[in-house]
Design a binder for this molecule. Structure first.
Ligand SMILES: [Fe+2]
Ligand SMILES: [Fe+2]
Length: 291
C-alpha cells in the first residue's frame, strides 16, 4: 500500500468528518474538572465504531516506509499556491454539517484557540500558533486518506508504545514484525532527540515543514507535536527525547488545553477579528504559501 489509489473509499474516509477524531481525543482527555461525557463511555455508540475503524487503518498503514513516501511526495511543495485566508476557506469546506454535535467550523476552532491564548496575554507568535495549528489539514485538498491527515501521532521506525490509543491495532502494521523497527530504539539511538525521529504522517508534521522558516522554535514544537498524545500526555517516549525536547515540550503541554478546551458557547465573529489577524499573519508569514 503506498498511495490512495489502492485504497477502497471506506478506507480513505472511515469517519463522517475529521472533527470526529478531535471529539474522541476530548473524550479521552476531558477537562480536569469535567467528567467524561456518558455518551463517550458508551461503546455501543455507533460513532465509536467509526473511530475504531479510523485507528485500525491509521495503525495498520502508518509504517516507516509510508512516512518516507509521504515526505518525498509532500515536502517538495510543488503542488499549489494558496493565500492563508484561502486555506481557511478551504478547511471550512471539510466540515460535515450532517453531524449535529459539530457546531463550529474549522476556522472557528482555530479562532477560539487563538483568542483563548490571546486572552491569557501570551506573545503574539503563540496566538498565531493557535490560529495556524490545524492548517496542515489542507492535505485533504490532495485526496489524502483521513488517517494520513489527522489522528494521534507517534514515532515510526521503533517499537509502538502501548500508551498509544488502540495499541492492539499495531499488530496489523508490518513494522511490528520487522526486526529493524520493532525494538525499543529501532533505527534510533537512545535520547537522540525528536529532530532525528520520524513521526507518523499527518497535518502536524506537514504544517511544521510549511512554517519552519517563519516561526520561533516553541511555536514549531507546538505545531509539530500537538497530536503526540503518547508523549505530551503519557510520557511514553522519554527514551528518544533529549534535554532540549524536554524543555520545548513545556510549550507543547501549555498549548494542548487551548486546543482541547477552548470551545466556548459564543462562536467568534470572523469579520470582527479579521483586521487583528490579518496584521498578525502579515507580520510573520508570506502572503502566499506554497503547498
Ligand atoms: Fe490538530
Ligand atoms: Fe486543533
Amino acid at each position: 500500500m503506498n498511495n490512495s489509489e489502492t485504497l477502497r473509499p471506506e478506507e480513505i474516509a472511515p469517519l463522517p468528518s475529521l472533527d470526529v477524531w478531535e471529539d474522541d481525543v476530548l473524550a479521552r482527555y476531558p477537562e480536569p474538572e469535567t467528567k467524561a461525557k456518558e455518551e463517550y463511555r458508551n461503546y455501543d455508540n455507533p460513532g465509536r465504531d467509526t473511530v475504531r475503524e479510523f485507528y485500525r487503518l491509521n495503525h495498520q498503514y502508518q509504517t516507516f516506509d509510508f512516512v518516507q513516501q509521504k515526505k518525498a511526495e509532500f515536502l517538495k511543495f510543488d503542488k499549489k499556491e494558496l493565500a492563508i485566508w484561502e486555506m481557511f476557506d478551504y478547511l471550512n469546506t471539510l466540515v460535515d454539517d450532517s453531524d449535529p454535535d459539530i457546531e463550529l467550523d474549522q476556522l472557528q476552532h482555530l479562532l477560539q484557540t487563538s483568542e483563548a491564548i490571546r486572552a491569557d496575554g501570551h506573545p503574539d507568535w503563540f496566538v498565531l500558533t493557535g490560529l495556524m495549528h490545524d492548517v496542515g489539514k489542507v492535505l485533504c485538498l490532495f485526496g489524502e486518506p483521513q488517517w494520513a491527515v489527522v489522528g494521534d501521532t507517534f514515532p515510526v521506525g521503533c517499537q509502538f508504545s502501548d500508551k498509544i490509543v488502540y495499541p492492539e491495532f499495531f499488530a496489523l502494521n508490518p513494522d511490528s514484525k520487522d526486526e529493524r523497527y520493532n525494538t525499543k530504539y529501532g533505527v534510533y539511538e537512545p535520547n537522540c532527540g525528536l529532530r532525528n525521529v520520524h513521526m507518523s504522517w499527518g497535518h502536524d508534521e506537514y504544517l511544521y515543514h510549511l512554517l519552519k522558516d517563519y516561526l520561533p522554535e516553541p511555536a514549531l514544537y507546538m505545531i509539530r507535536y500537538h497530536s503526540f498524545y503518547a508523549q505530551h500526555r503519557e510520557n511514553a517516549y522519554e527514551h528518544l527525547m533529549d534535554d532540549h525536547d524536554r524543555e520545548m515540550f513545556g510549550w507543547v503541554k501549555k498549548f494542548n488545553p487551548y486546543d482541547l478546551y477552548s470551545k466556548s458557547p459564543k462562536p467568534p465573529v470572523v469579520e470582527e477579528l479579521k483586521p487583528y489577524y490579518s496584521e498578525l499573519l502579515a507580520k510573520y508569514l508570506p502572503a502566499v504559501i506554497r503547498l
